[in-house]
Ligand binder design. Structure first.
Ligand code: DGL
Length: 269
């Protein structure tokens, strides 16, 4: 049966905290007429240090909540959820659910670069989702994956421009530079907040690949295919969190000025 939804219905997207705002920024630029509901699970950040069972249960709660808001599509603006939970959960809902790994792997497979670095959370790296998808599409590529515990907390605590941040970024990026990777996937949506520092250690600014761009392209394609693009002129964006809305807004505004107010919902029901 053809999937039917209202064009005006919102797009739902979520992350453990402010990371997914880096995805929303792309969306607002390319699809400004859409309505968006953003959920940041600030109570349970960092997702990258959680087990698969914990993540499955958090994401189920969030998707049920989106369902009650009649969303037309959901984006996992979180690599950890995309890597660990998406495959198992995506068919449990009427609405389509898109993640970051697949569209990024497709982009990488088409590039003329053989050595690919990935920086991401411990859970994403443990899942090997990026390396498996890339090698499936392009078996000759070499993928170097580095888990980066601690970077998400630096972004959430809004201390990206400190010596602590600089040292941690160097520790994680340097092995990739020594391995002479040609591209580095920012495999956690929090990492674009650290792009300026990461670029201090890379050979060229064009080395970084932001999966948000490729997810946005996939979304546009999907909405066109389903005839669900919204063209109304009064679009809205709403931000929800599971704790500390003021802290979320302060850190999030560094990336997305549109995020001026967040609504506290806890429990998410
Ligand atoms: N920003 C998310 C990701 O892309 C989650 C990070 C975390 O909470 O550990 O993986």
């Amino acid at each position: 049966m053809q999937y039917r939804a209202d064009k005006n219905a919102p797009i739902g997207l979520f992350d453990s905290g402010v990371g997914g705002l880096t995805v929303l920024k792309y969306l607002i630029n390319l699809l400004p007429k859409e309505n968006y509901i953003y959920f940041g699970d600030t109570l349970r950040v960092p997702y990258g240090e959680k087990t698969k069972d914990e993540l499955f249960s958090f994401v189920t709660e969030i998707l049920n909540w989106f369902k009650s808001h009649n969303v037309k599509i959901v984006l996992m603006a979180c690599n950890t959820s995309s890597a660990v939970v998406l495959e198992e959960i995506k068919d449990n809902y009427d609405f389509p659910i898109l993640g970051l790994i697949e569209p990024t792997a497709e982009h990488i497979a088409g590039l003329d670069a053989d050595k690919i670095g990935v920086i991401a959370t411990s859970a994403t790296i443990k899942s090997k989702a990026y390396s498996q998808q890339i090698i499936k599409l392009s078996p000759l590529k070499e993928v170097y994956e580095i888990a980066c515990p601690g970077l998400v907390e630096i972004v959430e605590n809004d201390i990206t421009h400190t010596e602590q941040a600089y040292k941690k970024v160097f520790k994680y990026i340097n092995p990739l530079i020594e391995d002479q990777v040609e591209k580095i996937i920012l495999g956690c949506t929090h990492y674009p907040y650290l792009e300026e520092i990461i670029n201090k250690f890379t050979k060229s600014p064009n080395m970084l690949v932001d999966p948000a761009q490729h997810l946005t392209e996939q979304l546009i394609h999907k909405l066109k295919e389903l005839d669900l693009l919204n063209n109304s002129s009064n679009s809205y964006r709403k931000y929800y969190v599971s704790t500390a809305p003021d802290k979320f807004v302060k850190a999030g505004q560094r990336f997305l000025a549109d995020c001026k107010e967040a609504i506290l919902i806890n429990p998410i029901k």
